[in-house]
Design a protein around this ligand. Structure first.
Ligand SMILES: C[S@@+](CC[C@H](N)C(=O)[O-])C[C@H]1O[C@@H](n2cnc3c(N)ncnc32)[C@H](O)[C@@H]1O
Length: 247
């Protein structure tokens, strides 16, 4: 079975959403990294795209920023709205595609975390980066996190893997097509005898390709990190953080 290129439209439903609620997160460490890296003045306007359940939007809003989260999955946005209301913080959430950001030059900073990049194909990923640049004020910073770079994936990812997430068992098979640079992950999730199968297709960029993509979308002074502590990214680092400044 070949996954459609717009697989992400139907992916975030059912057991995948339930399983994602159970994935251990390091939200506090990521929020600290963002605050250090963005070096925001208090009350800055920050865009979290796609925001998922708003875990980082809420954490940054709790530090005194005005955060807008964008995501196209309504059930996940409901979690985000509930979390913001519970903590009574200035985070708002909008349902829209991550390429559709109608706030020209309005945000001080933006970020894309949680392995949410490289879903849209080369043209779509570039369109997303241009949309983020368009929503930022000149000088605004953008932080992109990804665990899907070639320098990471081919060192860390096993072809077959499984892991329990509470009462859900998550099985994963991975297939890479060198001709297209696409990695197809076939997931099977099992809970209480119920089984759900889904496929995701990611474009695996090299470090160099990704930095060029970020630069050509309108960012300059691009810096990279291989850990939340600010260590350099090296061959085999599992995650890359890229920081660009809007020209
Ligand atoms: C793996 S989750 C990560 C969410 C969040 N960034 C975090 O760190 O927790 C990926 C999110 O991307 C959203 N998403 C995927 N494709 C999208 C698109 N084209 N436009 C808007 N949201 C999208 C999904 O609904 C899902 O909530």
């Amino acid at each position: 079975m070949t996954a459609p290129t717009d697989w992400y439209r139907d992916f975030f439903t059912g057991l995948i959403v339930e399983a994602q609620r159970r994935i251990p997160e390091r939200t506090d460490a990521e929020a600290d990294f963002l605050l250090r890296t963005l070096d925001s003045a208090p009350n800055s306007r920050i865009l979290d795209v796609p925001c998922g359940n708003g875990r980082l939007s809420v954490a940054l809003a709790a530090k005194g920023h005005r955060v807008t989260g964008v995501d196209f999955t309504e059930t996940i946005l409901d979690d985000a709205r509930r979390a913001a209301a519970k903590r009574d913080v200035p985070a708002t959430f909008e349902r829209r595609d991550m390429r559709d950001l109608p706030w020209p030059g309005e945000f001080d900073h933006a970020f894309c975390f949680g392995n949410s990049f490289a879903y849209l194909g080369e043209a779509g990923d570039a369109e997303f980066l241009r949309a983020v640049a368009g929503a930022l004020k000149p000088g605004g910073r953008f932080v992109l996190e990804t665990g899907l770079l070639a320098e990471s994936v081919f060192f860390t990812r096993k072809q077959h893997a499984w892991f329990p997430l509470g009462d859900i068992l998550w099985l994963m098979d991975t297939d890479y097509d060198p001709a297209t640079g696409r990695l197809t992950s076939s997931y099977t999730l099992i809970k209480d005898g119920r089984t759900e199968s889904k496929q995701a297709v990611y474009r695996v960029y090299t470090y160099r390709e990704l930095v060029r993509l970020v630069e050509s979308a309108g960012f300059t002074d691009v810096k990279t990190f291989g850990s939340l502590a600010g260590e350099p990214f090296r061959l085999g680092s599992p995650v890359l953080w890229v920081v660009g400044t809007r020209t």
